[in-house]
Design a protein. Structure first.
Length: 195
């Protein structure tokens, strides 16, 4: 190859790398870590001090997750200056899942079944989101983690009444499987191979 051909190849490679589509590789981590931290803190608070105000620890999720999501999305958009239909669809699906978790939590609280089934509901929604995201972006580890998380989402239903606080660490484990593990795997994949 001549020097000019190598220069053209290098220039084209740079253009392709800079024009990559948004990947959102950090969004799973932006929601996964605050959710897991909340669930563990809630469990410890209920076990150690058992005060009603401990229920408000859930504010950790939106207070940290939403700004992290906005930061990562802005960073992704700045890098690419574009948003595909698939990326927009995935984003809207996760917004819907977040709203469905909030609405479901309030509805179950008013119906008096929050402690019986909310953790299973939240685990199932997040696992479903992981599965659908994996199908859309064709990333097999997200598909597998979504399926495993969805199957494990039934486990919190076995912890009822006095055992209810134990739903929290079980759900934290489900969130690690459905959000954090696939988030790290996809993040490493994007860094290593690009999109």
């Amino acid at each position: 190859m001549t020097e000019q051909e190598l220069e053209v190849i290098t220039r084209l490679r740079g253009e392709i790398m800079n024009s990559k589509q948004p990947t959102g590789e950090n969004l799973f981590l932006a929601w996964g870590y605050p959710t897991v931290v909340y669930l563990i803190l809630e469990f410890l608070a209920l076990k150690l001090i058992n005060e009603p105000w401990c229920q408000w620890i859930w504010l950790i999720i939106p207070l940290f997750g939403a700004p992290l999501m906005i930061y990562f999305m802005h960073k992704d958009y700045e890098r690419t200056r574009s948003m595909t239909i698939e990326a927009n669809g995935i984003l809207m699906m996760w917004v819907f899942i977040g709203l469905a978790c909030c609405a479901g939590g309030f509805a179950m609280g008013f119906a008096g079944v929050f402690t019986q089934c909310f953790m299973a509901y939240m685990g199932l929604l997040c696992s479903f989101g992981c599965f659908i995201t994996g199908i859309i972006i064709r990333f097999r580890p997200k598909i597998v983690c979504g399926i495993v998380g969805a199957v494990l989402s039934a486990v919190p239903l076995f912890f009822q009444d006095d055992l209810w606080p134990w739903q929290l660490p079980v759900t934290a484990a489900i969130m690690v499987i459905a959000l954090i593990i696939p988030g790290h795997l996809f993040n490493n994949f994007v860094r290593q191979y690009g999109q």
